[in-house]
Structure formats: structure tokens, C-alpha cells
Design a protein around this ligand. Sequence first.
Ligand code: PLP
Ligand code: COI
Length: 365
Amino acid sequence: MVRDQHDGFNIQPSTNPTSAEARTAKIADPGFGNIFTDHMAVINYSQDKGWHDARIVARGPLSLDPATAVLHYAQEIFEGMKAYRLADGSIGLFRPQENAARFNLSADRMAMPQIDENLFIEAIEQLVKIDMDWFPNVDGGSLYLRPFMFASEVFLGVRPAKEYMFIVIASPVGAYFKKGADAVTIWASENYSRAAKGGTGAAKCGGNYAASLIAQAEAAKNGCDQVVFFDAAEHEWVEELGGMNLFFIFDDGSILTPPLSGTILPGITRKSILQLAKDQGLRVREERYSRQQWEDDSNSGKLLECFACGTAAVVSAVGKVKSSRGEFTIGNGSTGQMTVKLRQLLVDIQRGNSDDSYGWVKKIT
Ligand code: PLP
Ligand code: COI
């Protein structure tokens, strides 16, 4: 194990920050992932030094040699999390230790070095502190944080790199789905799989998203907001969306989500919803669910509600499922009562409007 040579962040504020006026205009209607704050956190890794040179610097382009390993073999992982302006005016992160732990699981799968969880969280906190004027004052607004790590060694041999960069950038965001969307429509992909057993489905690596884009494009071409993937072996068992986990609520008081079989991302929203649903007295089931059963239960009315969840999308109802075979509607096609309830419970905790009895919110001081 390499000694970690990290000894505090070197803070180098931007010499050319965005003016208050320009910032106000930018964050008035931010959308998702379009605008960025003035700074970034950067930490370097090399085999001999471990993690070193932790710094906060002006956000700007990276200069990469064309032979940088990540550009060829995609050794890259990332996280997605949000900082919220809390009801009492302070700033909170939602379960950041979970993101740090998942980042290290992704790193392990991609043969990348581990990063100390405290260092991961400190990088995020330092960035949020320096860019704290960037919280958008819009409904559902937050500061989306994107920590990522990539192989920065200049080398074309196929083996794990010996040098990496860890960077965190921040993006003021509003809703992920377009305004006015009640329930989303999803496309059941017949042609593509997202992940197979033994693959990288449970890791948050860029390659998974690259592989999902063609199916997402097919969904968009068919008027759908998102794509739902099925298992690679039988193409029958529901897995997840391109960037969200799925839940199903039945007329017998149960709620189901596909189990963490190694091919889906272990969502932190998923984990939180499982707890909140249990607290509501729902019978929680982490079980396989087939596409045929999904259609049958929708048509019979046994399936009352369905929703997708994730950091970016929060909790978004799924109203309709389309595929080349036809389409079916869940409930009356709009957001159901329990979906509204679970979303509210989650958002109230995230934004400091209710008791944080599980200690999920970490305040930035
Ligand atoms: N599944 C995939 C493929 C994702 O990209 C995400 C988003 O991060 C999720 C699920 C939801 O995970 P989380 O709730 O941790 O954001
Ligand atoms: C997130 O929810 O944070 C993600 O990374 C998913 C992505 C589709 C934005």
C-alpha cells in the first residue's frame, strides 16, 4: 500500500471569477449539466507518491497527451451527488460516505487505486465552500457534484495505468427531466444490453454510459425519455434505466426493485427509498421482475405505480412503457400517490425540512 502524501488542500482561487451579475443570469434557469462553477478540486496519483498535490484551482481545460491511457482504454470512473441549501440556510451533502465507498468499489473493478474516503469528501467540501454562491434558487435546484478519476499515464500498453487524476467539478442544476413532465415514458430496449454477469454493470464507469447511448438514442427516436435495460442472458428480467434504478408498487402493499445482482448500479437513492418504503409499512421486495409480468400486472391493475430514482432524477414516475412490440400504461399514466409520498419524504430529508433520523445529511461547516 502506498503512503498517502496528502497534507491539506492548496487553495488557489480563480483570478478571473464569474461576475455576480453573470452568475445570477446563468443560474436563473440552469437545466441539467449545462453550466459550471468557477473552480475544481484536483488530486494527482502516482504509484510512488500515492495521492498528492491536492488543490482547488480555477476550472479550466485539461491538457492531455494524445497517448493518455484513458483516451484509449477508458479507464475512468465517476460519481454523481448533490449539495443542497438546507432550510436553515446551511449546506448539506446527502450520504456522501456512500458515494465515497461506491467510488472505491468502482475503482477496484476498473483496476484503479483506492482513495481515502475522507480525502474524497474533503475535496467535495472544499469545492462547495469556494463556490457556495452558485446554488440556483429554482424549484428542485441544487449543486450537482461530479467527482471522477481517470488514467493519466501516457502509455499505450494494455495494463492498469500507474498515474491517475481525481477531479471534482460542480454544476448548478434544476430538474433532470424537461419542465412540465409528469410521468416519463420509457423505451424497452430489444436490441441492446447494458451489462452482463462478470462485466462492469455495478461500477460507475464511463464505458457503461458510452455503451448505453445508442439505446438511449433509440428511445429518443421513439419519443421516450429513457431506456430500460433487461438482463443480457435472457433479455427478460428488468434491470434498470440508463441512469436510474426502478421501483414497482403493487396493490398488495408491496414494493419491488430488482436485486443487486452485480449487473446494476447499487443506487444510493435506491437504498434510501428501500428504507423509507419500509418505514411507510410497505413490504419491501428485492426480487427479479420479468418484462412479461410487468406488462401483465400493468394491464390487470395489480401494478399501481412505477418510478425511476437516482441523484439526478430524484424520484420520477414512469407512466408508459413502449417497445417495438407495442406499449402499455401503468396506473392512469401519471404520478401515483405513493410515489409522491416517497419522493416528498426523501426530498424533505435532503433539504433539511424534516428530521434526519438516519443521519443521512452531512453539513458542510
Ligand atoms: N443506475 C445508474 C446506471 C446510474 O447512473 C445512477 C445514477 O447515479 C443510478 C442508478 C442511481 O444511483 P444514485 O441513486 O446513487 O444516484
Ligand atoms: C446521477 O444520477 O448522478 C447520474 O450519474 C446519472 C446520470 C444519468 C446523470
